[in-house]
Design a protein around this ligand. Structure first.
Ligand SMILES: [Zn+2]
Length: 265
């Protein structure tokens, strides 16, 4: 059996064009602001133990981020991951399996808290994401490429393992690879006994608006055709498992969920 807790990571503004592909050249040029929230998930699984899926945004962003990023993003609220884990009775060393849906700043930002820990030595990511992120930050002279920061994902004490296909990591936790936003965003299905099944799609689908129907493409999308196919697949998965979909960055939709330190059991 598994239980899960949804940990809110923050509330912030991003350039609108990232989330919603601009409808007209005019709207594209305006590139308004768009408020999003983020989350990670702690799963306590009978077999696998403590599984943490995503890590949120680094709290020292003001000191470590490039100037352009500090201009593009405005934070209203930022959670401290260690504090959130503490509220659940955990410290980073208690995590048995750490999964990063993908390696953008708002999902991998706190990997450094897991340096030299059991889980930190073999963070689970998708093979396609590894090639995208590590090649690009390595080739970039300042270590920044799009939303990937070299110093947040490559460091001593952090290692990786990869999956290249959909995988049940335990009886109740299924990981699936979503191509579209990046080449390999890991989504997660968790089955609970009392509260039913949850589909965490993260940046595979930012929001209900993107999900549609009709589907609205995001601006940040490496492969629109695969993005559309993934949405069809998510609809099928949600139906098959009668699962509730938790979107990656949807402020309004997110209000319906119970947040940590509460649990879905
Ligand atoms: Zn994101």
């Amino acid at each position: 059996m598994a239980k899960l807790s949804i940990i809110e990571t923050g509330l912030w503004d991003v350039p609108r064009n990232e989330i919603i592909q601009a409808e007209t050249p005019d709207i594209y040029a305006q590139n308004r602001r768009h408020t999003i929230c983020g989350h990670c998930v702690l799963v306590q699984d009978e077999k696998e133990g403590n599984i943490l899926w995503d890590t949120g945004i680094t709290s020292d962003w003001e000191m470590t981020w490039p100037e352009q990023f500090k201009k593009d993003y405005t934070f209203y609220k930022l959670s401290n991951l260690e504090e959130k884990l503490r509220e659940l009775g955990l410290v980073p060393a208690d995590i048995d399996l750490l999964i990063c849906s993908h390696l953008h700043y708002d999902h991998a930002g706190n990997l450094k808290k897991f340096r030299h820990t059991r889980a930190g030595k073999c963070v689970l990511i998708s093979e396609a994401e590894a090639h995208e992120a590590f090649v690009k930050v390595s080739m970039s002279p300042d270590g920044v490429f799009g939303a990937y920061f070299r110093n947040e994902i490559i460091m001593d004490g952090i290692g990786y393992q990869t999956i290249s296909e959909d995988t049940w990591v335990s009886d109740d936790v299924f990981l699936f690879i979503q191509r579209g936003h990046t080449p390999g965003v890991i989504g997660m299905l968790v089955r609970t006994e009392e509260n039913g099944n949850f589909l965490f799609v993260t940046d595979g689908i930012y929001s209900k608006l993107n999900f549609g129907p009709p589907v609205v493409l995001p601006g940040l999308c490496v492969d629109p055709k695969s993005y559309m196919e993934n949405i069809d697949r998510i609809r099928a998965l949600a139906k098959k498992y009668d699962a509730k979909i938790v979107f990656g960055h949807d402020v309004e939709d997110f209000k319906q969920w119970k947040l940590s330190p509460e649990w879905y059991r």
